[in-house]
Design a protein around this ligand. Structure first.
Ligand code: N7H
Length: 498
Protein backbone atom coordinates (compact mmCIF):
# COMPACT_ATOMS: atom_id res chain seq x y z
CA UNK A 1 0.00 0.00 0.00
CA UNK A 2 0.90 3.65 -0.19
CA UNK A 3 2.87 5.21 2.63
CA UNK A 4 0.69 8.24 3.23
CA UNK A 5 2.90 9.61 6.00
CA UNK A 6 5.65 9.88 3.39
CA UNK A 7 3.63 11.92 0.85
CA UNK A 8 3.26 15.70 1.23
CA UNK A 9 -0.35 16.60 1.96
CA UNK A 10 -1.08 18.93 -0.94
CA UNK A 11 -0.50 16.29 -3.63
CA UNK A 12 -3.32 13.76 -3.37
CA UNK A 13 -5.92 15.58 -1.35
CA UNK A 14 -5.01 19.27 -1.29
CA UNK A 15 -4.51 21.55 1.68
CA UNK A 16 -7.95 23.11 1.06
CA UNK A 17 -7.72 26.14 3.33
CA UNK A 18 -9.17 29.58 2.67
CA UNK A 19 -5.75 31.25 2.60
CA UNK A 20 -2.60 29.94 0.99
CA UNK A 21 0.72 31.69 0.61
CA UNK A 22 3.17 30.72 -2.12
CA UNK A 23 6.56 31.88 -0.88
CA UNK A 24 9.20 31.58 -3.60
CA UNK A 25 12.74 31.57 -2.26
CA UNK A 26 16.40 31.49 -3.21
CA UNK A 27 18.87 29.38 -1.25
CA UNK A 28 21.57 31.69 0.07
CA UNK A 29 23.61 29.25 2.13
CA UNK A 30 23.12 25.65 1.05
CA UNK A 31 24.93 24.04 3.99
CA UNK A 32 23.04 26.02 6.58
CA UNK A 33 19.74 25.58 4.75
CA UNK A 34 20.16 21.80 4.60
CA UNK A 35 20.53 21.52 8.33
CA UNK A 36 17.55 23.83 8.92
CA UNK A 37 15.50 21.88 6.39
CA UNK A 38 15.97 18.73 8.47
CA UNK A 39 15.77 20.31 11.90
CA UNK A 40 13.24 23.15 11.50
CA UNK A 41 11.18 22.73 8.31
CA UNK A 42 10.72 18.96 8.09
CA UNK A 43 8.87 18.77 11.44
CA UNK A 44 6.36 21.33 10.10
CA UNK A 45 5.65 19.56 6.79
CA UNK A 46 2.06 18.37 6.62
CA UNK A 47 1.63 14.80 5.42
CA UNK A 48 -1.31 13.22 3.63
CA UNK A 49 -2.12 11.22 6.76
CA UNK A 50 -2.35 14.39 8.83
CA UNK A 51 -4.80 16.02 6.43
CA UNK A 52 -6.95 12.89 6.29
CA UNK A 53 -7.07 12.62 10.06
CA UNK A 54 -8.21 16.25 10.12
CA UNK A 55 -6.28 16.80 13.32
CA UNK A 56 -7.34 20.05 15.03
CA UNK A 57 -3.78 21.06 15.93
CA UNK A 58 -3.11 21.63 12.21
CA UNK A 59 -3.48 25.41 12.27
CA UNK A 60 -1.16 26.07 9.36
CA UNK A 61 -0.36 23.41 6.79
CA UNK A 62 3.12 23.52 5.29
CA UNK A 63 4.53 21.92 2.12
CA UNK A 64 7.80 22.56 0.29
CA UNK A 65 9.02 21.92 -3.25
CA UNK A 66 12.22 22.62 -5.21
CA UNK A 67 13.00 23.70 -8.75
CA UNK A 68 15.83 22.03 -10.69
CA UNK A 69 17.97 25.04 -9.77
CA UNK A 70 17.18 24.46 -6.12
CA UNK A 71 18.09 20.77 -6.28
CA UNK A 72 21.36 21.70 -7.95
CA UNK A 73 22.02 24.31 -5.27
CA UNK A 74 21.56 21.56 -2.68
CA UNK A 75 24.16 19.47 -4.47
CA UNK A 76 21.70 16.91 -5.83
CA UNK A 77 23.16 15.67 -9.09
CA UNK A 78 20.58 12.98 -9.94
CA UNK A 79 18.45 13.65 -12.98
CA UNK A 80 14.82 13.20 -11.97
CA UNK A 81 13.88 12.01 -15.45
CA UNK A 82 11.57 14.86 -16.46
CA UNK A 83 12.97 17.03 -19.22
CA UNK A 84 10.55 19.94 -18.75
CA UNK A 85 11.32 20.08 -15.02
CA UNK A 86 15.03 19.87 -15.82
CA UNK A 87 15.02 22.83 -18.18
CA UNK A 88 12.56 24.93 -16.17
CA UNK A 89 9.30 26.61 -17.21
CA UNK A 90 10.92 29.76 -18.60
CA UNK A 91 12.81 27.75 -21.23
CA UNK A 92 9.60 26.17 -22.46
CA UNK A 93 7.47 29.32 -22.26
CA UNK A 94 7.27 29.87 -26.02
CA UNK A 95 5.77 26.41 -26.53
CA UNK A 96 2.75 27.62 -24.54
CA UNK A 97 2.48 30.72 -26.76
CA UNK A 98 3.20 32.73 -23.61
CA UNK A 99 4.15 36.37 -24.13
CA UNK A 100 7.30 36.87 -22.07
CA UNK A 101 6.42 40.54 -21.69
CA UNK A 102 3.54 39.38 -19.50
CA UNK A 103 5.75 37.28 -17.24
CA UNK A 104 6.35 38.44 -13.69
CA UNK A 105 10.06 39.41 -13.68
CA UNK A 106 10.86 36.98 -10.86
CA UNK A 107 9.56 34.03 -12.90
CA UNK A 108 11.52 35.29 -15.89
CA UNK A 109 14.66 35.49 -13.77
CA UNK A 110 16.80 32.69 -12.44
CA UNK A 111 16.52 33.02 -8.67
CA UNK A 112 13.68 30.70 -7.74
CA UNK A 113 15.09 27.61 -6.02
CA UNK A 114 11.97 26.53 -4.21
CA UNK A 115 8.53 27.35 -2.91
CA UNK A 116 6.97 27.08 0.52
CA UNK A 117 3.21 26.51 0.49
CA UNK A 118 1.55 27.72 3.70
CA UNK A 119 -2.19 27.20 4.10
CA UNK A 120 -4.48 28.25 6.93
CA UNK A 121 -7.82 29.85 7.80
CA UNK A 122 -6.31 33.29 8.25
CA UNK A 123 -3.47 35.33 6.76
CA UNK A 124 -2.29 36.03 10.33
CA UNK A 125 -1.73 32.30 10.92
CA UNK A 126 0.12 31.99 7.62
CA UNK A 127 2.30 35.01 8.42
CA UNK A 128 3.14 33.79 11.89
CA UNK A 129 4.19 30.34 10.59
CA UNK A 130 6.30 32.06 7.95
CA UNK A 131 8.06 34.17 10.57
CA UNK A 132 8.66 31.09 12.74
CA UNK A 133 10.32 29.42 9.76
CA UNK A 134 12.27 32.51 8.78
CA UNK A 135 13.66 33.12 12.24
CA UNK A 136 14.65 29.48 12.67
CA UNK A 137 16.48 29.19 9.37
CA UNK A 138 18.52 32.26 9.97
CA UNK A 139 18.85 33.86 6.56
CA UNK A 140 19.81 30.67 4.73
CA UNK A 141 17.08 31.41 2.18
CA UNK A 142 15.76 34.75 0.94
CA UNK A 143 12.42 35.78 -0.47
CA UNK A 144 12.23 36.17 -4.25
CA UNK A 145 8.48 36.57 -4.71
CA UNK A 146 5.19 35.74 -3.05
CA UNK A 147 1.56 35.24 -4.02
CA UNK A 148 -1.11 35.39 -1.36
CA UNK A 149 -3.97 33.16 -2.42
CA UNK A 150 -7.42 33.54 -0.88
CA UNK A 151 -10.80 31.93 -1.33
CA UNK A 152 -13.33 34.46 -2.59
CA UNK A 153 -15.69 36.01 -0.03
CA UNK A 154 -19.26 35.12 0.91
CA UNK A 155 -21.27 32.95 -1.40
CA UNK A 156 -18.41 32.98 -3.91
CA UNK A 157 -16.27 30.80 -1.66
CA UNK A 158 -14.98 27.87 -3.72
CA UNK A 159 -15.69 29.75 -6.95
CA UNK A 160 -12.86 31.14 -9.06
CA UNK A 161 -12.86 34.75 -10.27
CA UNK A 162 -15.03 34.16 -13.35
CA UNK A 163 -17.65 32.93 -10.88
CA UNK A 164 -17.52 29.18 -11.54
CA UNK A 165 -17.34 26.58 -8.79
CA UNK A 166 -13.90 24.97 -8.96
CA UNK A 167 -12.30 21.90 -7.46
CA UNK A 168 -15.10 19.48 -8.35
CA UNK A 169 -13.29 17.06 -10.62
CA UNK A 170 -9.89 15.66 -9.73
CA UNK A 171 -8.70 12.13 -10.37
CA UNK A 172 -7.80 9.90 -7.47
CA UNK A 173 -5.20 7.14 -7.49
CA UNK A 174 -5.90 3.46 -7.04
CA UNK A 175 -4.91 2.20 -3.62
CA UNK A 176 -5.70 5.53 -1.99
CA UNK A 177 -9.40 5.11 -1.37
CA UNK A 178 -10.18 3.70 2.05
CA UNK A 179 -13.69 3.65 3.52
CA UNK A 180 -12.29 4.63 6.92
CA UNK A 181 -10.75 7.77 5.44
CA UNK A 182 -13.60 10.09 4.43
CA UNK A 183 -11.42 12.28 2.20
CA UNK A 184 -10.61 9.31 -0.01
CA UNK A 185 -14.07 8.13 -1.08
CA UNK A 186 -14.29 7.71 -4.85
CA UNK A 187 -17.29 9.57 -6.23
CA UNK A 188 -19.26 8.36 -9.26
CA UNK A 189 -17.58 9.56 -12.44
CA UNK A 190 -14.27 10.33 -10.77
CA UNK A 191 -11.25 9.01 -12.67
CA UNK A 192 -9.15 6.46 -10.78
CA UNK A 193 -5.65 6.37 -12.21
CA UNK A 194 -2.56 4.28 -11.49
CA UNK A 195 -0.59 5.78 -8.57
CA UNK A 196 2.41 6.39 -10.84
CA UNK A 197 0.42 8.88 -12.94
CA UNK A 198 0.67 11.27 -10.01
CA UNK A 199 3.46 9.89 -7.79
CA UNK A 200 6.98 9.39 -9.08
CA UNK A 201 8.30 5.85 -8.76
CA UNK A 202 4.92 4.21 -8.18
CA UNK A 203 3.24 1.65 -10.46
CA UNK A 204 2.23 3.29 -13.72
CA UNK A 205 4.92 6.00 -13.67
CA UNK A 206 5.77 6.43 -17.39
CA UNK A 207 9.48 6.96 -16.59
CA UNK A 208 9.74 4.42 -13.80
CA UNK A 209 13.15 3.11 -14.81
CA UNK A 210 14.85 6.50 -14.95
CA UNK A 211 14.03 7.73 -11.44
CA UNK A 212 16.53 7.90 -8.61
CA UNK A 213 15.30 5.79 -5.67
CA UNK A 214 14.90 8.80 -3.38
CA UNK A 215 12.36 10.41 -5.74
CA UNK A 216 9.75 7.74 -4.82
CA UNK A 217 6.43 9.27 -3.68
CA UNK A 218 7.34 12.76 -4.79
CA UNK A 219 5.36 14.60 -7.46
CA UNK A 220 6.05 17.38 -9.93
CA UNK A 221 4.26 20.62 -9.10
CA UNK A 222 3.52 22.79 -12.14
CA UNK A 223 2.89 26.31 -10.88
CA UNK A 224 1.38 29.07 -13.04
CA UNK A 225 0.24 32.55 -12.10
CA UNK A 226 -2.79 32.86 -14.39
CA UNK A 227 -4.30 36.31 -14.52
CA UNK A 228 -8.04 36.41 -15.18
CA UNK A 229 -9.56 39.34 -17.03
CA UNK A 230 -12.96 39.15 -15.43
CA UNK A 231 -14.62 42.34 -16.75
CA UNK A 232 -13.50 41.46 -20.29
CA UNK A 233 -14.84 37.92 -19.91
CA UNK A 234 -18.22 39.16 -18.68
CA UNK A 235 -18.41 41.75 -21.44
CA UNK A 236 -17.67 39.15 -24.09
CA UNK A 237 -20.46 36.93 -22.78
CA UNK A 238 -22.98 39.78 -22.92
CA UNK A 239 -21.82 41.08 -26.30
CA UNK A 240 -22.01 37.59 -27.77
CA UNK A 241 -24.99 36.23 -25.87
CA UNK A 242 -26.51 33.18 -27.56
CA UNK A 243 -29.97 33.20 -29.06
CA UNK A 244 -31.90 30.53 -27.19
CA UNK A 245 -35.59 31.41 -27.62
CA UNK A 246 -37.39 32.62 -24.48
CA UNK A 247 -34.09 33.38 -22.71
CA UNK A 248 -33.26 36.88 -21.50
CA UNK A 249 -30.00 38.41 -22.74
CA UNK A 250 -28.42 37.68 -19.37
CA UNK A 251 -29.59 34.04 -19.53
CA UNK A 252 -28.13 33.73 -23.01
CA UNK A 253 -24.86 35.25 -21.76
CA UNK A 254 -24.81 32.79 -18.85
CA UNK A 255 -25.50 29.95 -21.27
CA UNK A 256 -22.50 30.97 -23.38
CA UNK A 257 -20.30 31.05 -20.27
CA UNK A 258 -21.55 27.63 -19.20
CA UNK A 259 -20.84 26.21 -22.65
CA UNK A 260 -17.32 27.66 -22.64
CA UNK A 261 -16.69 26.03 -19.28
CA UNK A 262 -18.74 22.84 -19.55
CA UNK A 263 -20.33 23.65 -16.20
CA UNK A 264 -22.75 26.26 -14.90
CA UNK A 265 -21.42 28.72 -12.32
CA UNK A 266 -22.94 26.51 -9.62
CA UNK A 267 -20.78 23.62 -10.88
CA UNK A 268 -23.63 21.65 -12.45
CA UNK A 269 -22.26 19.93 -15.60
CA UNK A 270 -23.96 20.99 -18.84
CA UNK A 271 -23.60 17.42 -20.09
CA UNK A 272 -26.34 16.55 -17.59
CA UNK A 273 -28.30 19.80 -17.63
CA UNK A 274 -27.62 21.57 -20.94
CA UNK A 275 -30.03 24.49 -20.93
CA UNK A 276 -30.68 25.38 -17.29
CA UNK A 277 -28.57 25.49 -14.16
CA UNK A 278 -29.38 22.95 -11.45
CA UNK A 279 -27.88 23.92 -8.07
CA UNK A 280 -29.16 20.75 -6.38
CA UNK A 281 -27.28 18.62 -8.91
CA UNK A 282 -24.25 20.91 -8.54
CA UNK A 283 -24.05 20.25 -4.80
CA UNK A 284 -24.47 16.49 -5.00
CA UNK A 285 -21.02 14.85 -5.11
CA UNK A 286 -22.63 11.61 -6.26
CA UNK A 287 -24.00 13.27 -9.39
CA UNK A 288 -21.98 16.39 -10.19
CA UNK A 289 -19.13 14.48 -11.76
CA UNK A 290 -21.05 11.47 -13.01
CA UNK A 291 -21.05 12.04 -16.76
CA UNK A 292 -18.81 11.14 -19.67
CA UNK A 293 -20.44 12.86 -22.68
CA UNK A 294 -22.19 9.67 -23.84
CA UNK A 295 -25.97 9.51 -24.06
CA UNK A 296 -28.33 6.90 -25.45
CA UNK A 297 -29.28 7.64 -29.07
CA UNK A 298 -26.53 10.22 -29.24
CA UNK A 299 -23.45 10.29 -31.43
CA UNK A 300 -20.60 11.29 -29.14
CA UNK A 301 -18.41 12.03 -32.14
CA UNK A 302 -20.60 14.77 -33.52
CA UNK A 303 -23.29 15.79 -31.05
CA UNK A 304 -22.50 18.97 -29.16
CA UNK A 305 -26.04 19.75 -28.00
CA UNK A 306 -25.06 18.92 -24.43
CA UNK A 307 -21.42 20.01 -24.28
CA UNK A 308 -19.16 21.59 -26.92
CA UNK A 309 -15.91 19.78 -27.73
CA UNK A 310 -14.12 23.06 -27.04
CA UNK A 311 -15.51 23.47 -23.49
CA UNK A 312 -12.73 23.86 -20.92
CA UNK A 313 -13.56 20.72 -18.95
CA UNK A 314 -14.01 18.61 -22.09
CA UNK A 315 -10.72 19.82 -23.58
CA UNK A 316 -8.81 19.10 -20.36
CA UNK A 317 -10.55 15.80 -19.55
CA UNK A 318 -12.19 14.32 -22.65
CA UNK A 319 -13.58 11.35 -20.67
CA UNK A 320 -15.30 8.91 -23.09
CA UNK A 321 -14.32 10.96 -26.16
CA UNK A 322 -11.07 9.03 -26.14
CA UNK A 323 -12.56 5.57 -26.10
CA UNK A 324 -9.19 3.88 -25.60
CA UNK A 325 -8.56 5.82 -22.40
CA UNK A 326 -5.56 8.06 -21.71
CA UNK A 327 -2.98 8.77 -19.04
CA UNK A 328 -3.04 12.56 -19.24
CA UNK A 329 -4.29 13.37 -15.76
CA UNK A 330 -3.33 16.01 -13.23
CA UNK A 331 -4.48 16.72 -9.69
CA UNK A 332 -5.29 20.42 -9.35
CA UNK A 333 -4.74 22.26 -6.08
CA UNK A 334 -4.82 25.96 -6.98
CA UNK A 335 -6.49 28.89 -5.24
CA UNK A 336 -7.66 32.33 -6.43
CA UNK A 337 -5.53 35.40 -5.80
CA UNK A 338 -6.26 39.13 -6.02
CA UNK A 339 -9.19 41.40 -5.19
CA UNK A 340 -12.82 41.23 -6.21
CA UNK A 341 -13.89 43.18 -9.30
CA UNK A 342 -14.51 46.82 -8.39
CA UNK A 343 -17.61 48.68 -9.54
CA UNK A 344 -15.38 50.90 -11.70
CA UNK A 345 -13.97 47.92 -13.53
CA UNK A 346 -17.39 46.36 -13.98
CA UNK A 347 -18.88 49.54 -15.43
CA UNK A 348 -18.59 50.83 -18.96
CA UNK A 349 -14.83 50.48 -19.32
CA UNK A 350 -14.97 46.69 -18.76
CA UNK A 351 -11.22 46.51 -18.58
CA UNK A 352 -8.76 45.22 -16.05
CA UNK A 353 -5.78 47.40 -16.72
CA UNK A 354 -4.98 48.51 -13.16
CA UNK A 355 -2.06 46.30 -12.08
CA UNK A 356 -2.94 46.76 -8.40
CA UNK A 357 -6.24 45.01 -9.10
CA UNK A 358 -4.73 41.96 -10.78
CA UNK A 359 -6.65 38.80 -9.98
CA UNK A 360 -6.50 35.25 -11.15
CA UNK A 361 -5.69 31.70 -10.25
CA UNK A 362 -2.55 30.54 -8.46
CA UNK A 363 -2.61 27.35 -10.53
CA UNK A 364 -1.08 24.19 -9.08
CA UNK A 365 -1.05 20.83 -10.87
CA UNK A 366 0.54 17.62 -9.60
CA UNK A 367 1.66 14.78 -11.90
CA UNK A 368 4.55 12.34 -12.32
CA UNK A 369 5.37 13.70 -15.79
CA UNK A 370 4.93 17.33 -16.73
CA UNK A 371 5.01 16.53 -20.45
CA UNK A 372 2.11 14.07 -20.20
CA UNK A 373 0.36 16.11 -17.50
CA UNK A 374 0.05 19.89 -17.37
CA UNK A 375 2.03 20.63 -20.55
CA UNK A 376 0.03 18.08 -22.55
CA UNK A 377 -3.33 19.38 -21.37
CA UNK A 378 -2.35 22.95 -22.12
CA UNK A 379 -0.63 22.41 -25.47
CA UNK A 380 -1.97 19.26 -27.11
CA UNK A 381 -5.54 19.77 -25.95
CA UNK A 382 -6.49 23.29 -24.75
CA UNK A 383 -4.46 25.37 -27.21
CA UNK A 384 -4.69 22.88 -30.07
CA UNK A 385 -7.49 24.09 -32.35
CA UNK A 386 -7.57 20.67 -33.96
CA UNK A 387 -7.99 18.56 -30.85
CA UNK A 388 -11.07 16.46 -31.62
CA UNK A 389 -10.61 17.14 -35.31
CA UNK A 390 -8.92 13.79 -35.56
CA UNK A 391 -12.03 12.25 -34.13
CA UNK A 392 -14.06 14.02 -36.75
CA UNK A 393 -11.84 12.73 -39.50
CA UNK A 394 -12.10 9.22 -38.13
CA UNK A 395 -15.84 9.21 -38.30
CA UNK A 396 -15.50 9.98 -41.95
CA UNK A 397 -12.62 7.68 -42.70
CA UNK A 398 -14.28 4.67 -41.11
CA UNK A 399 -17.56 5.01 -43.05
CA UNK A 400 -15.49 5.75 -46.13
CA UNK A 401 -13.53 2.54 -45.77
CA UNK A 402 -16.61 0.55 -44.95
CA UNK A 403 -18.32 1.99 -47.99
CA UNK A 404 -15.41 0.95 -50.13
CA UNK A 405 -16.09 -2.57 -48.91
CA UNK A 406 -19.82 -2.30 -49.57
CA UNK A 407 -19.81 -0.45 -52.81
CA UNK A 408 -23.56 -0.49 -53.08
CA UNK A 409 -23.80 1.92 -50.15
CA UNK A 410 -21.60 4.61 -51.64
CA UNK A 411 -24.81 6.16 -52.70
CA UNK A 412 -25.82 6.90 -49.05
CA UNK A 413 -23.01 9.23 -48.62
CA UNK A 414 -23.82 11.45 -51.50
CA UNK A 415 -27.54 11.41 -50.90
CA UNK A 416 -27.31 12.62 -47.34
CA UNK A 417 -27.64 9.46 -45.30
CA UNK A 418 -24.20 9.98 -43.84
CA UNK A 419 -24.38 10.53 -40.06
CA UNK A 420 -22.67 13.91 -40.18
CA UNK A 421 -25.21 16.63 -40.80
CA UNK A 422 -22.62 19.03 -42.13
CA UNK A 423 -21.54 16.38 -44.58
CA UNK A 424 -24.92 16.29 -46.29
CA UNK A 425 -24.46 19.36 -48.33
CA UNK A 426 -21.04 18.35 -49.41
CA UNK A 427 -21.06 16.89 -52.88
CA UNK A 428 -17.59 15.47 -52.87
CA UNK A 429 -16.88 13.36 -49.86
CA UNK A 430 -13.15 14.05 -49.85
CA UNK A 431 -13.80 17.79 -49.68
CA UNK A 432 -15.69 17.09 -46.51
CA UNK A 433 -12.56 15.64 -44.97
CA UNK A 434 -10.75 18.92 -45.33
CA UNK A 435 -13.54 21.26 -44.42
CA UNK A 436 -12.11 23.85 -42.11
CA UNK A 437 -15.04 23.85 -39.72
CA UNK A 438 -14.09 20.45 -38.39
CA UNK A 439 -11.66 22.28 -36.21
CA UNK A 440 -12.91 22.40 -32.64
CA UNK A 441 -10.90 25.55 -31.98
CA UNK A 442 -9.05 26.52 -28.85
CA UNK A 443 -10.32 26.16 -25.29
CA UNK A 444 -12.18 29.49 -24.82
CA UNK A 445 -10.98 29.74 -21.21
CA UNK A 446 -7.29 28.76 -21.20
CA UNK A 447 -6.41 28.10 -24.85
CA UNK A 448 -3.85 30.39 -26.46
CA UNK A 449 -3.56 30.65 -30.24
CA UNK A 450 -0.18 30.66 -31.96
CA UNK A 451 1.30 34.15 -31.87
CA UNK A 452 -1.33 34.96 -29.25
CA UNK A 453 -3.77 35.74 -32.04
CA UNK A 454 -7.56 35.43 -31.91
CA UNK A 455 -9.08 32.11 -30.86
CA UNK A 456 -11.82 30.36 -32.80
CA UNK A 457 -13.77 27.86 -30.71
CA UNK A 458 -16.70 26.16 -32.39
CA UNK A 459 -19.62 24.23 -30.96
CA UNK A 460 -20.55 26.94 -28.47
CA UNK A 461 -23.87 27.78 -30.11
CA UNK A 462 -26.40 25.02 -29.44
CA UNK A 463 -28.51 26.30 -32.34
CA UNK A 464 -25.65 25.84 -34.79
CA UNK A 465 -22.83 23.54 -33.78
CA UNK A 466 -20.58 24.41 -36.71
CA UNK A 467 -20.71 28.13 -35.96
CA UNK A 468 -17.24 29.41 -35.10
CA UNK A 469 -16.91 32.24 -32.60
CA UNK A 470 -13.99 34.64 -32.63
CA UNK A 471 -12.38 35.69 -29.37
CA UNK A 472 -9.90 38.49 -29.97
CA UNK A 473 -8.60 38.73 -26.45
CA UNK A 474 -7.40 36.11 -23.97
CA UNK A 475 -9.40 36.02 -20.75
CA UNK A 476 -6.63 34.10 -19.00
CA UNK A 477 -3.10 35.50 -19.31
CA UNK A 478 -0.02 33.60 -18.22
CA UNK A 479 2.13 35.67 -15.90
CA UNK A 480 4.64 32.84 -15.80
CA UNK A 481 5.52 30.18 -13.30
CA UNK A 482 7.98 27.43 -12.53
CA UNK A 483 8.15 23.66 -12.24
CA UNK A 484 8.94 22.17 -8.85
CA UNK A 485 9.46 18.75 -7.33
CA UNK A 486 7.54 18.07 -4.14
CA UNK A 487 9.67 15.37 -2.47
CA UNK A 488 8.58 12.71 0.00
CA UNK A 489 9.29 13.26 3.69
CA UNK A 490 11.93 10.53 3.57
CA UNK A 491 13.66 12.31 0.70
CA UNK A 492 13.58 15.60 2.63
CA UNK A 493 15.12 13.82 5.60
CA UNK A 494 17.65 11.46 4.02
CA UNK A 495 18.62 13.12 0.74
CA UNK A 496 17.90 16.85 0.68
CA UNK A 497 18.89 17.83 4.21
CA UNK A 498 22.17 15.95 4.47
FE1 N7H B 1 -9.38 24.44 -15.26
N1 N7H B 1 -12.34 28.12 -14.39
O1 N7H B 1 -12.88 28.44 -13.40
O2 N7H B 1 -12.50 28.72 -15.43
N2 N7H B 1 -11.25 24.56 -14.49
N3 N7H B 1 -9.16 26.44 -15.08
N4 N7H B 1 -7.43 24.31 -15.88
N5 N7H B 1 -9.51 22.44 -15.30
C1 N7H B 1 -12.07 23.50 -14.23
O3 N7H B 1 -14.44 20.35 -12.75
C2 N7H B 1 -10.11 27.35 -14.68
C3 N7H B 1 -6.56 25.33 -16.06
C4 N7H B 1 -8.52 21.56 -15.72
O4 N7H B 1 -12.22 16.54 -14.92
C5 N7H B 1 -13.33 23.96 -13.75
O5 N7H B 1 -13.40 20.84 -10.88
C6 N7H B 1 -9.53 28.68 -14.67
C7 N7H B 1 -5.33 24.87 -16.63
C8 N7H B 1 -8.98 20.20 -15.55
O6 N7H B 1 -13.90 17.39 -16.04
C9 N7H B 1 -13.26 25.32 -13.72
C10 N7H B 1 -8.23 28.53 -15.07
C11 N7H B 1 -5.48 23.51 -16.78
C12 N7H B 1 -10.26 20.28 -15.03
C13 N7H B 1 -11.95 25.71 -14.20
C14 N7H B 1 -8.01 27.14 -15.30
C15 N7H B 1 -6.79 23.18 -16.29
C16 N7H B 1 -10.56 21.69 -14.88
C17 N7H B 1 -14.54 23.11 -13.38
C18 N7H B 1 -7.16 29.58 -15.25
C19 N7H B 1 -4.52 22.51 -17.36
C20 N7H B 1 -11.18 19.12 -14.66
C21 N7H B 1 -14.45 22.60 -11.97
C22 N7H B 1 -7.23 30.78 -14.77
C23 N7H B 1 -3.62 22.76 -18.27
C24 N7H B 1 -11.94 18.66 -15.87
C25 N7H B 1 -14.07 21.15 -11.87
C26 N7H B 1 -12.75 17.43 -15.58
C27 N7H B 1 -11.77 22.17 -14.39
C28 N7H B 1 -11.45 27.01 -14.40
C29 N7H B 1 -6.82 26.64 -15.73
C30 N7H B 1 -7.31 21.90 -16.25
C31 N7H B 1 -14.43 26.20 -13.25
C32 N7H B 1 -10.18 29.99 -14.31
C33 N7H B 1 -4.13 25.73 -16.98
C34 N7H B 1 -8.19 18.94 -15.87
Amino acid sequence: GLNLTNIQGDILIGMKKNKELFFFFKIQDATAFKSHLGANILPLITTTTQILSNSPQLTTLVNIAFSQKGLSALGVTDNLGDTLFFSGQLNGSSSFNDQLSNWVPQFAGSDIDGVLLLASDTVDNVDSTLSTIQSSINGSISEVYRIQGAARPGDQQGHEHFGFMDGISNPTISGFAAPALPGTIVHPGQAVVAPGIILVGEQGDPSLSSRPAWALDGSFLAFRQLQQRVPEFNKYLLDNALSEPNFTVQENADLLGARMMGRWKSGAPIDLTPLADDPVLANDPNRNNNFNYTHPTFDIKSDQTHCPFSAHIRKTNPRADLAAGFNNHIIRAGIPYGPEVTSDEASASASSTDPTLERGLAFVAYQSSISTGFAFLQKAWASNANFHTVLHLLIHIIPFLSRLLQLGKWHDHFTGKCARTDCHSSFFFFLCLFKIDYSTGEDPIIGVAAGDGPRHPSGLDPQNSTRVMTIEQDFVVSRGGEYFFSPSLLALQNTLSV
